[in-house]
Every structure is written in structure tokens, then in C-alpha cells.
Design a protein around this ligand. Structure first.
Ligand SMILES: *[C@@H]1O[C@H](CO)[C@@H](O)[C@H](O)[C@H]1NC(C)=O
Ligand SMILES: *[C@@H]1O[C@H](CO)[C@@H](O)[C@H](O)[C@H]1NC(C)=O
Length: 541
């Protein structure tokens, strides 16, 4: 694998795929993409393939060279061979939903892409295990092309190309909190499309939290009627649209209801079910204002939660469902952790039973294991958000089928470093300063501090955007292109040494993807002056 990763250095940055494929062979011949590409593929994949081909033709993205591709003009003539056909072979016709019903480590995303070179018309080939692999192949295919500086021509400069590719980890996600601030449905759809473009596999939708309850359910409508910001809702149709869009681009939508903490928004409709509502000083009872957690000693709490899950779970088709479990504060109940633990375990066990009824597997935050010693069910995914200096024993007490999702807050938290948000603190900083640069995310080691026998228990990882200071207006530049660095961490290789050995190449590819996203109307943040982007290696320490 290493030999392929270092290859681009030798070929002067002529290839800009992100995430970098497991096996990628290429050379230095130019090919154009015919405006009249003939596609030979299974009927039910033609819309997907046509959309990808049209996106290439619509792109104005130019190669990041000093002349923005003008160096290439002399190599693109009437005599330059053209890709005139694309053959697509898919081994299995399993539906995307049937794939999303599988455990994360069983989902086959592998594909093969071949673009030969000859002086005649060229036929490109994609082989994939299933429809999911086709989505990954088409992301790669799109990223190969550049727009000619002046003509209506799209070309690549590194034929012949052979790629054999599959991810290291199945769970490659962005988590978005849609409770603290609201996101329009269109924002979520765009996010999912962009995730697909960098081969992210799961949209982790943290739909409710302490500030608002935007989730529309048929049962207990008072929850959203009183708990949402006025009119800022996710209706049944919205959720269906988001899930369906994910299916259409190969991204599984995993919904999370964060329980039993982070539920102050329930107090708007059921003050009797919430403990320590907005109690002050808030810092004694919660990580941020307002305090409030489900009262685990009130017998009406569990039936309410169960009926909401009965309503929601059939509409959340992923194999996985998030039940939360983070940052529960015992002081909110005037209890010690030891007093609270049995209540938490019993509550979580009831949630697990409910998930079992729907054949779903839980995704939980790590405290359930580290603080409450909850025996988790087989297959549970535990999100580890602790910092690197916290050596937790998340896995030790759990069955060997329980796996980790990395979301280390000192690497993966996209909200860090944006300043304090409490109103009366002019010198305030974010709780997790500093800002996590793409380089920091990229330096993450998926196997750090892990015993050899635990390495098989990494399901993958995610970057997370908590939304105290983000909403539809500014979230894209917080997520992109940094989440693309996370996409490569969990697609390409778990070891940062292998990745950072090749840091200039990664930077060049991060620039390339950033400009590609801007070309697709995503407000991705600039990483460096353009001067640096077109002169790899010139802007290092
Ligand atoms: C759960 O899976 C079992 C066995 O695979 C199946 O019989 C049952 O219908 C499934 N239930 C639901 C709600 O999907
Ligand atoms: C949780 O993440 C932290 C930070 O990456 C790490 O130090 C710790 O070992 C992780 N725990 C497990 C069980 O992966």
C-alpha cells in the first residue's frame, strides 16, 4: 500500500483524488471525456451514472497549477484520444437499503476502475460489488477530470489509470447537531451529497438535544409543538426525504435521540418529567446552559420515550440508531454517580429492548461504558469522544462484538476554537480550544493506545459539528473541507505515519477537493493562499 501512497510525489502532483485509493496506478497521458459518452450499465443504475457524468460536464474546476491548467492546453488537441464509452458491471443487485440493514463492517464498498490508454476511442470500466461500490467509484471518476481553461472540454492528465479500492473502516461519518440551531432540509441534503463526493458513508443526525426538539412525531405532538423553535421542524416527509436522498447517493442516515441527558427541550411540554430545569448556576448541573435531564425516577418517562421510539424507529431505516448517553450530570438529580448508575443501566436496557424489537443496533456515547458500566449488547457501536490524554477502558468490559467509533474531541470536533459563546465573557474560549485544523484531523491515529487484539474493534470515525455557533448560514465552511481530511483518515489508512509521510501530497489534494467543492457551490473554507495551493511544498514550516 505504501508504494502507491508515495507515487504521486514522483509524478509531480498530477493526481488529486481524495480520499486516496488503496491501490492506484497511473501514468501521464491526456484523455478527454466525450460529450456523447455511451454508458453500458444495469438499467437501474443509469440515473446515478448519468448524474455523475453530467456533474463532470458542469464543472468549471481547473487543475491547480501555476497557470490553472493553461500548461495543459498544448497537450489537448483534436488528436487527443477521448473516453467514448463507460462499461459498468455490478456483481450483486442487492438494494441499497438491504446494504444499510447490514452491520457496518459487512457493507462492501469495493470497486475497480480502469481507464486504459490507446490512440483510438477509449472504453472505461467500473466493476463494483454492489450499488454502494458504484457510488464510491463514481466519486473517484468525477475527481479525475479538470475543465479546459477556455474550451468546453473536460480532460484528465494521468492515463492509463487502474484503481482497486475499498475502505479501511465502514463508519466514516459527519455528525450534525440540529437542535441547538436549526438547519433547513436543503442544507442537510447538500451536506449528504458532499459527503458522498468524498466517500463518507454515514450521516449521523443528532436530531434532538437540550435547546430544541424539532422532531415531528404522531405521538406526543406537544414535544415538538412546545419544544421546537417556531416553524423549525423536521416533519415525517422531511425525514423521509433526507433518508431517501442518502440512499440515492450511498450515505446511510443514522438518527440519534440523545437520552436521558441533553433533554431540557422536553421540559417545555413536560416539566414534570425533567429534573433540574434551567437550574443555576448551570455549571453545577450541566455542561452548558440550560440544565435539564429526563427524571429517571419518574414512572412516566420510559413510556413516553418508548412511544416516541415506536413512532420514529420504523421511519429510521438504518440498521443503527443512536440513543445518546453522554454528559449525564448526577448533581442534577442530587445523586452521586454510584447512586445514579443503576438507574441509567436500567433505562438504557429498556432502550435496547425497544431497538431489539425493530432489529436495530445501538450507537451510544462512551460514558455509558466508562462511567455507568453498562453491559452493551452485541454489535453496539460506542462513540469515543474523549481526548487523547484520557486513556479510557471503553472496550475492556464489553463483548468482543462491541466496537469503537472515533470522535476524539481533540482531533475531530469541528466546533472547537470558534471563541466562547457565553454572552458575558469577552475573553472566553471554546471548551475544546484550539480550532482543529485539517492537519490536526489528518494526524489522527486510529490505533493509538489500542492493544493489538482490539484493533479489529474500530468501526471507523466521525467529525462532529455541535451547533451552538452554527446553522445553515455558516456550517459549510466549518465542515468543509476539514471533514474530507477525516474521510481520508478512515478510508485510506489508520496510521498517520503513512499519511503524513506524504503531507505535501495530502495538502495538494485537500486544496484540489476544496476548490472542487467551491465549484459545486459548497462554501468550503480556504486553506492557504492560492499561491501556495499551486506550489506544493512552498508553504511549509
Ligand atoms: C427482525 O428480524 C427477524 C429475523 O431476521 C424477522 O423475523 C423480523 O420480522 C424482523 N422484525 C422487524 C421489525 O424488522
Ligand atoms: C478513546 O480516544 C482517546 C483519544 O483518541 C484514546 O486515547 C483512547 O485510547 C480511546 N479509547 C479507546 C478504547 O479507543
Amino acid at each position: 500500500m505504501l508504494q502507491f501512497l508515495v507515487l504521486p510525489l514522483l509524478l509531480s502532483f498530477s493526481s488529486a483524488l481524495l480520499p486516496y485509493p488503496q491501490s492506484y496506478e497511473y501514468a501521464d497521458s491526456f484523455l478527454t471525456l466525450s460529450n456523447d459518452l455511451s454508458i453500458n450499465a444495469p438499467e437501474n443504475t443509469l440515473d446515478t451514472i448519468n448524474a455523475a457524468v453530467q456533474a463532470i460536464h458542469a464543472s468549471a474546476h481547473r487543475r491547480l497549477s501555476i497557470g490553472l491548467g493553461s500548461e495543459d492546453v498544448d497537450s489537448i488537441t483534436d488528436a487527443t484520444p477521448s473516453i467514448t464509452a463507460l462499461n459498468v458491471n455490478i456483481d450483486s443487485d442487492i438494494s441499497i437499503q438491504d446494504i444499510f440493514n447490514q452491520p457496518i463492517d459487512k457493507r462492501d464498498e469495493s470497486y475497480y476502475l480502469d481507464i486504459p490508454y490507446s490512440e483510438d476511442d477509449i472504453t472505461a470500466t467500473i466493476n463494483s460489488a454492489n450499488i454502494l461500490g458504484l457510488h464510491r467509484a463514481l466519486s473517484t471518476f468525477q475527481q479525475l477530470f479538470y475543465k479546459h481553461p477556455s474550451e468546453d472540454i473536460h480532460y484528465l492528465n494521468n492515463a492509463p489509470i487502474t484503481i482497486n479500492d475499498s475502505p479501511e473502516f465502514g463508519w466514516r461519518s459527519v455528525m450534525l447537531d440540529t437542535s441547538r440551531n436549526y438547519y433547513k432540509k436543503e442544507s442537510l441534503l447538500n451536506l449528504i451529497s458532499t459527503m458522498s463526493f468524498v466517500k463518507l458513508s454515514v450521516f449521523h443526525w443528532h436530531i434532538t438535544d437540550q435547546h430544541s426538539w424539532p422532531l415531528v412525531t404522531d405521538v406526543h405532538p406537544e414535544l415538538y409543538e412546545k419544544g421546537s423553535y417556531p416553524g423549525m421542524l423536521y416533519t415525517q416527509q422531511d425525514i423521509e426525504d433526507v433518508v431517501e436522498h442518502g440512499r440515492s447517493v450511498g450515505v446511510d442516515v443514522v438518527i440519534e435521540l440523545d437520552l436521558p441527558g441533553h433533554t431540557q427541550s422536553v421540559a417545555e411540554s413536560h416539566p414534570d418529567l425533567i429534573s433540574c430545569i434551567d437550574r443555576r448556576p448551570w455549571s453545577n448541573y450541566a455542561a452548558e446552559p440550560p440544565a435539564g435531564q429526563l427524571n429517571l425516577q419518574n414512572d412516566d418517562v420510559l413510556p413516553l420515550v418508548q412511544s416516541v421510539l415506536d413512532d420514529l424507529l420504523p421511519r429510521a431505516p438504518s440498521k443503527y440508531f443512536g440513543t445518546g448517553g453522554d454528559e449525564l450530570n448526577p448533581a442534577c438529580y442530587d445523586m452521586t454517580l454510584d447512586e445514579l448508575a443503576p438507574l441509567v443501566r436500567s433505562f438504557q436496557s429498556s432502550l435496547s429492548d425497544k431497538l431489539d424489537e425493530f432489529n436495530k443496533t445501538a450507537v451510544v456515547w462512551h460514558e455509558l461504558s466508562t462511567e455507568y458500566e453498562m453491559p452493551l449488547e452485541d454489535g453496539t457501536l460506542v462513540i469515543n469522544w474523549s481526548t487523547a490524554d484520557f486513556t479510557s477502558q471503553i472496550l475492556a468490559s464489553q463483548p468482543s462484538t462491541v466496537s469503537i467509533i472515533h470522535a476524539a474531541s481533540d482531533y475531530m470536533y469541528l466546533d472547537c476554537g470558534t471563541g466562547g459563546w457565553l454572552g458575558n465573557a469577552p475573553d472566553g474560549t471554546s471548551w475544546c480550544d484550539p480550532f482543529k485544523s485539517w492537519q490536526k484531523i489528518y494526524s489522527f491515529d486510529a490505533y493509538a493506545n489500542m492493544a493489538e487484539e482490539d484493533k479489529g474493534r474500530v468501526a471507523g470515525g466521525e467529525t462532529t459539528l455541535w451547533s451552538e455557533q452554527a446553522d445553515s448560514a455558516n456550517f459549510e465552511s466549518l465542515i468543509w473541507p476539514r471533514a474530507a481530511a477525516g474521510a481520508e483518515v478512515f478510508w485510506t489508512h489508520p496510521d498517520p505515519q503513512v499519511r503524513t509521510d506524504n503531507a505535501d501530497d495530502a495538502l495538494y489534494r485537500m486544496h484540489d477537493i476544496r476548490y472542487r467543492l467551491v465549484d459545486r457551490d459548497v462554501r468550503a473554507a480556504a486553506l492557504q493562499p492560492l499561491w501556495c495551493a499551486v506550489r506544493p511544498g512552498k508553504c511549509n514550516v
